[in-house]
Write a protein that binds this ligand. Structure first.
Ligand SMILES: [Zn+2]
Length: 484
């Protein structure tokens, strides 16, 4: 890709003389070639951050000054060839599309009563990640200036041809799986991942006192006019989730995911990898690479979300605790600072267990393992001895949680501990709901009270790399059922 010529403004605009990226609300129509996004462009075309740092140090420093909260990230990630600065100096990632993709096992069918464009992971939350699947047109944004077009027009998510939201059964299943996978990635946070249009107020952050905000992820085939773009699987401005200012926040939206370069959207969980990754950038995350490569594609059955885990069954947030990691930033802490607060813990520990609730002939509860230190406890009683099956099933078809279940009797003595080993081998495609992430045990139990402990675990070891317990997090259902 050519390196755009740099406009040397360093002598004119230095650090401390920076102006806000924009100071007025974005008009709905604006010439794409005009100064969209800022009063004083720094560069005459988008430029790689590393090229700007080398060829125009003063301009690069000014660009850093225009990155509220993200200057440190830009400075740290400037060597990443996918990190760019737009004409205004705002940083964005052009994420490369994968060269090849794994197989695409079909997602589970979705019931007829489910409206896949009305899904919510945490309705009522102040923060929103809007997976926009019904088409989106951007005008007057920084993206219009980046690509030099008046309208960036993304079509409806579609892989069976009619380009309407009248989805086929297969499309409904993949849309559901897409949403489910992104919701799972953000389960540790107080944020609503939704496919329903939440309206502008739920996304825009108009002032620092505005507590309701978020990001839109426009998901569909590459809009015409954006050129080869890498070619890109997705793009996002850096650290803009909590950007303040009606026009400013909106002008740096949305994040985009381009399904035509991700297997046409035929596997919702593949698209979800890109969607969570782009949202990660809006929350100020940089890439998890390896030895100079921007994207670490993982090992065995695992990859980091901020790498490229398209074929791995387990993709998790990371703090670089894998061999030769390029980036040891604490993803969860960075995102918490970037706009999404950790979810309030839903269940106490062993000294404060939640009683399981009767449902049919079983006793059940739902929960979320929200941190690596989180141990959720549940209790149940047996009036008479009997055989019981106790299961903890991670939520959905793209879980990040590798469960360990511990069963204690009334005296606190361990009755059982279950955490199936992860089978050796390299994933060639994502496995939906593998049994080795779940915990399942059955046997005779004497009458009495029992406590169940549910936590996320690491996998692998020195001889076989797996994952740490850092982000072995997510939703689950625990159940106790009579057997035989
Ligand atoms: Zn990226």
């Amino acid at each position: 890709m050519r390196t755009p010529a740099l406009l040397l403004l360093g002598a004119v605009v230095g650090i401390g003389a920076a102006v806000p990226a924009t100071s007025v609300a974005a008009p709905t129509t604006r010439s794409a070639g005009a100064d969209a996004g800022c009063a004083t462009p720094l560069f005459d075309a988008p430029v790689r951050a590393g090229d700007a740092r080398r060829e125009d140090p003063a301009g690069f420093r000014t660009a850093l000054a225009r990155e509220p909260g993200s200057a440190g990230t830009v400075a740290a990630a400037a060597g990443d060839r996918t990190l760019w600065l737009d004409r205004c100096g705002r940083a964005f990632y052009r994420d490369l599309a994968p060269d090849d993709l794994p197989g695409t096992p079909a997602a589970a069918a979705v019931g007829e009563d489910v409206d896949v464009l009305a899904l919510h992971s945490s309705p009522g939350s102040d923060r929103t990640i809007y997976l926009d699947l019904d088409g989106h047109v951007a005008t007057g944004t920084h993206w219009n200036a980046v690509w030099g077009i008046d309208e960036v027009d993304t079509a409806v998510y579609d892989f069976e041809g009619d380009l309407t939201t009248d989805f086929t059964e297969a499309e409904r299943a993949e849309v559901f799986a897409l949403w489910e996978a992104v919701a799972e990635d953000f389960a540790p946070f107080d944020v609503d991942v939704t496919t329903a249009d939440p309206g502008p107020a739920a996304l825009t952050r108009s002032s620092t006192s505005d507590r309701e905000y978020g990001t839109r992820v426009a998901i569909g085939a590459s809009p015409s006019g954006i050129g080869a773009c890498g070619p890109c699987g997705g793009v996002a401005f850096l650290g803009v989730f909590d950007e303040v200012g009606e026009g400013i926040h909106d002008d740096l939206q949305p994040a985009w995911v381009f399904t035509d370069l991700l297997g046409g959207g035929r596997d919702g969980r593949i698209v979800a990898e890109a969607a969570s990754h782009e949202v990660g950038h809006t929350l100020d995350l940089q890439h998890d690479g390896l030895d100079g490569l921007e994207y670490y594609s993982g090992h065995g059955r695992w990859a980091p979300i901020m790498g490229a885990g398209y074929g791995r069954t387990v993709t998790q947030w990371s703090r670089g605790d894998y061999p030769a990691a390029s980036n040891t930033e604490d993803d969860l802490a960075v995102m918490a600072r970037g706009g999404v607060a950790p979810r309030v813990d839903d269940h106490g520990g062993a000294d404060d267990p939640t009683p399981l609730a009767k449902r049919g002939g079983s006793k059940v509860a739902d929960g979320v393992v929200g941190t690596s230190a989180d141990v959720d406890a549940f209790s149940f009683a047996l009036r008479r001895a009997g055989t019981r099956r106790i299961t903890v099933l991670p939520t959905g078809q793209a879980s990040n949680l590798d469960v360990r279940l511990t069963v204690l009797d009334a005296a606190g003595k361990r009755v059982a501990r279950v955490n199936p080993p992860v089978p050796a081998g390299d994933d060639t495609e994502k496995q939906p709901s593998p049994a080795w992430l779940a915990a399942d045990t059955a046997g005779p139990l004497p009458a009495g009270r029992y406590t169940l402990l549910v936590e996320g675990m690491r996998a692998g070891g020195a001889s076989r790399p797996g994952w740490s317990d850092y982000a072995s997090l997510g939703g689950y259902r625990v159940s106790v059922a009579p057997l035989g």
